[in-house]
Design a protein. Structure first.
Length: 346
């Protein structure tokens, strides 16, 4: 029994959900509202038909058909590839047929789905067509076809048995012409035994030949290595000379490095000698600069003292002038006054 259906990005359905009830379910809606798309979605889920991308929405996105039944949860997905999901099991790469596990759970065939333009169910059929239809529903047609196949197979086997019996009689007569075969078989066995021994001898000869070839090969290698060993002492002497040459070359490299370092040190000593020859004039110049600096400092001090002395002189002159003015004013104010008693004189 179907319980619920959900369509995601399927033709005109962006995300639609339907809950079914027991018995007859009626889907009502305006034209082009997506009623037929629901039947198409069920056909796509049940039979994986039609093939292609015609069922996908025009706005794109992953297309899903999700169905809940009494005992199963089935999802059909189409994105980059087709996929069926039964519970937690995923089915991919199933070609154009629905996976057997899905069909076993659904148990739905063409007889369970009627199209929008199909004739009324069974009402427009003849009595024979209705009987044939119910035979198909009850699988009676398969029983009839199986019975016909069994009877045909029995007839074929019966004819084959009769043919085999006749052929057996003929072969029995023909077999009498081969009574000499036991003796012939014994002779063949003796020949096979001789052939076996011959093969063993051939194998032994082959091994002997291989061993002989290996012996001469080893002998040639020994002679070659003996000649090579005669060169061992000269080669060792040459290797020793090469090692000595390498040691001498290393010593030469070390000497070259030491000579180079000595030259660098000599150049540095020459540069230092030049600097040392300039030490006395530089010291005298530095001493003169110190003396000049002291003279400049003393000149600055003397200039400051001279400026201060000039300021004091100006102040003294200004003070004398002030005292002189005050004296004149005092004399003018006091007139003739006795210096001793302070009395004004007539």
């Amino acid at each position: 029994m179907l319980k619920s259906l959900r369509l995601l990005n399927f033709q005109s359905h962006k995300d639609s959900s339907l809950d079914f009830v027991d018995g007859v379910n009626i889907i009502v809606g305006n034209s082009d509202s997506g009623k037929t798309a629901i039947i198409r979605a069920l056909r796509k889920l049940f039979f994986n038909r039609p093939l292609g991308d015609a069922m996908c929405s025009t706005w794109g996105g992953k297309t899903e058909i999700e169905l809940f039944t009494d005992n199963a949860h089935i999802v059909y997905k189409k994105d980059k590839e087709n996929e069926y999901v039964l519970g937690d099991t995923h089915f991919k790469a199933f070609s154009t047929d629905v996976p057997k596990e899905i069909t076993d759970v659904l148990r739905i065939g063409d007889v369970n789905i009627q199209g929008q333009l199909d004739a009324p169910y069974l009402l427009s059929l003849s009595a024979g067509d209705v009987a044939s239809h119910f035979n198909k529903v009850a699988n009676l047609d398969k029983i009839d076809s199986s019975t016909q196949k069994v009877n045909s197979a029995i007839r074929e086997l019966t004819a084959d048995i009769k043919y085999k019996e006749a052929q057996d009689v003929k072969l029995t007569e023909d077999l009498k012409a081969f009574d000499y075969l036991p003796q012939f078989e014994k002779e063949v066995e003796e020949l096979e035994e001789l052939e076996k021994k011959s093969k063993e001898l051939d194998a032994s000869f082959t091994k002997l030949y291989q061993w002989t070839a290996s012996y001469y090969e080893v002998k040639d290698r020994i002679e070659y290595f003996q000649k090579t060993l005669s060169f061992e002492k000269p080669v060792n002497d040459i290797l020793k000379l090469i090692d000595e040459r390498a040691e001498k070359d290393a010593e030469v490299v070390k000497l070259d490095r030491i000579v180079s370092q000595l030259r660098i040190v000599q150049n540095k000593i020459a540069e230092q000698s030049k600097l040392i020859s300039l030490e006395t004039p530089v010291l005298e110049l530095l001493q003169l600069m110190e003396e000049r600096k002291m003279l400049v400092e003393r000149h600055a001090v003397l200039s400051t003292l001279l400026s201060q002395i000039k300021g004091i002189q100006v102040r003294i002159i200004n003070g004398n002038a002030f005292i002189l003015n005050k004296t004149k004013e005092f004399e003018k104010e006091m007139g003739s006054v006795c210096i001793l008693c302070g009395q004004k004189l007539n």
